[in-house]
Design a protein around this ligand. Sequence first.
Ligand code: G6P
Ligand code: MG
Length: 211
Amino acid sequence: TIKGFIFDLDGVIVFTDKLHYQAWKRMADRLGIAFDETVNHRLRGVSREESLDIILENAHGPALDAEEKRRLAEEKNTYYRELLEELTPDAVEEKVKDTLVKLRQRGFRLAIGSSSKNAGLILERTGIAGLFDAVSDGNNIQRSKPDPEVFLKAAAFLGLEPADCAVIEDAEAGIRAAKAGGMFAVAVHSAAGCPLADVSLGTFEELLNIG
Ligand code: G6P
Ligand code: MG
């Protein structure tokens, strides 16, 4: 039985997936590297460093060393945080907030399970930190999705068994992570229809039919 919900953040609760794309695009354009939505799709749920490696598959010239890569990842993060400064509570749809509030009223425990090291800033700027009982993010993990670590930590923070948790994801890497962790996997938005998912939703509010 499901006792808790673990939500991915970027692309599930808030549209920051689009801001990640814009920030990577700005870096890629500066370097003359081809980067589009198809490549971007592979970055969903994946750490900053692994995302950079995927983007650099399309780069010409000699391979970059660790220091050069570190600087590029930092460049992207600077662009991204500039965009995050613009976020306000309006960035989270009312129907998303309503659904979270209703699930909590029904007694479910709610957590964030995000690979991002910027999750705290996003929750703060959108004013929704108080809707969650726990936050597991890029700052408390060694391995990013599709490894289940971030979700297993979230379940532990909630005091729940993984099997009693449902994970809500917009990334295939996240659906894989949820299944690897022994959780119920709910696909939304760009992950909808993912064959590994236990269920796909057309809208976020349909979660109320599960909980
Ligand atoms: C999320 C996003 C990814 C992003 C990752 C790391 O999983 O879906 O696109 O690369 O977080 O985010 P960060 O904010 O730490 O660079
Ligand atoms: Mg996501």
